[in-house]
Design a binder for this molecule. Structure first.
Ligand SMILES: [Zn+2]
Length: 274
């Protein structure tokens, strides 16, 4: 079964929007074919202040909106992963608030330095850390004690995620999806797109979708060796040209996974069955 993706109207910009009790989001003004309406910057009420999860892109108006929304109480900056649409604003927000930065070390973004490296199972701002590599090697999800999971870009509610080597890893992505599928969360709050209530089955459907794609790739390789661009065109017919490069990266991730498993190999420019 294909995952059922959500849509939403363009959210109001520059203001905190209530998501669930104690959690707000400010949607950055970086809409696009990979980011939907923009990056969700979450403000999360904790015992001793407000944690900001994913400061968003380097956009002064967005940083200002987040600072205003924090009401002088921002005391931690948490990162889901190092991609720039989530971390471009880190330096400005840290400088303005003095809040330390928490994330996985090393970040996939050389410009990001975590003041406090996080490990699997750590607790920060009342949230439990899950290391969920795949979309990016440094990807973290954060779970509340009452069933809310901040899923970052590992699981988005409006679209599938890209997996771009070398930081993106398809085998790790499969494992991290399987991990979410085995949990009993009540809400997913993603890095892009609206909240998903009752998410049971969603991660499982994403995984099934990927496995189906992998089977299609294997079948194509058995037919005849082919170049990455041709395999991508076959797998994504009629794709929006703006998304073609990302689709090609994800196809490469599938091929590298199959190669690591001894089921595909590359000879010169062509990929074939092993
Ligand atoms: Zn993102």
């Amino acid at each position: 079964m294909a995952p059922r993706f959500l849509t939403e109207r363009e959210p109001e910009r520059g203001v905190p929007l209530a998501v669930i009790p104690g959690v707000w989001r400010v949607v950055a003004n970086n809409p696009g074919p990979m980011t939907y309406h923009g990056t969700n910057t979450y403000l999360i009420e904790s015992e001793d202040g407000v944690a900001v999860l994913d400061p968003g892109p380097d956009d002064p108006a967005h940083v200002e909106a987040v600072i205003t929304a924090g009401g002088g109480r921002i005391n931690r900056i948490l990162l889901s992963h190092g991609h720039r649409d989530h971390t471009g604003a880190v330096a400005k927000l840290r400088a303005a608030t003095g809040a330390p930065v928490y994330g996985w070390n090393p970040s996939v973004n050389p410009d990001v330095e975590n003041d406090h490296p996080l490990a699997e199972g750590d607790t920060v701002a009342g949230l439990t850390v899950l290391h969920t590599p795949g979309h990016a090697a440094d990807h973290l999800c954060y779970a509340t004690a009452n069933g809310v999971l901040f899923t970052g870009d590992h699981v988005m509610t409006w679209s599938t995620s890209t997996v771009s080597p070398p930081h993106g890893d398809m085998a790790a992505y499969f494992a991290s999806l399987d991990r979410l599928a085995g949990r009993a969360d009540r809400y997913y709050l993603p890095g892009h797109g609206p909240l998903l209530g009752r998410p049971e089955g969603f991660a499982r459907a994403l995984l099934a979708h990927r496995k189906k794609r992998e089977e299609a790739v294997k079948a194509a390789l058995r037919e005849s060796p082919a170049a990455l661009a041709d395999l991508t065109a076959e797998a994504y017919p009629g794709i929006d040209p703006k998304l073609r490069a990302a689709a090609e990266r994800t196809m490469l991730a599938h091929l590298l996974k199959l190669a690591a498993e001894g089921r595909a190999r590359q000879v010169n420019e062509l990929w074939g069955a092993a």
